[in-house]
Design a protein around this ligand. Structure first.
Ligand code: ZN
Length: 87
């Protein structure tokens, strides 16, 4: 599993409407974007907030994205149990 693979999984996750996206530590309305960055000579994957003047970056990537059997959950059919407006 490469960083690119994990990044692609996170991008897919962030685009999926029925899962909870990874959000910014400063503002939970901000949807984080995975980015590969270079720190000294090491490439790392981070989650960065794309909003201007926010600057939130975290290097903790939830473990599920690197698990072999990672799969985005299907749309739950009991959709009506969801809160009407984001909760
Ligand atoms: Zn932010």
């Amino acid at each position: 599993m490469t960083l690119e693979d994990i990044k692609a999984r996170i991008e897919e996750w962030q685009k999926t409407e029925h899962v909870h996206p990874l959000t910014c530590g400063n503002n939970s309305e901000h949807i984080l974007k995975p980015e590969i960055r270079k720190v000294r000579s090491t490439r790392i994957l981070v989650l960065a907030c794309p909003h201007d003047f926010c600057g939130y970056v975290q290097d903790m990537i939830p473990e599920m994205f690197s698990e072999e059997n990672f799969k985005i959950p299907e749309l739950p059919f009991q959709k009506t149990l969801d809160k009407p407006d984001g909760g």
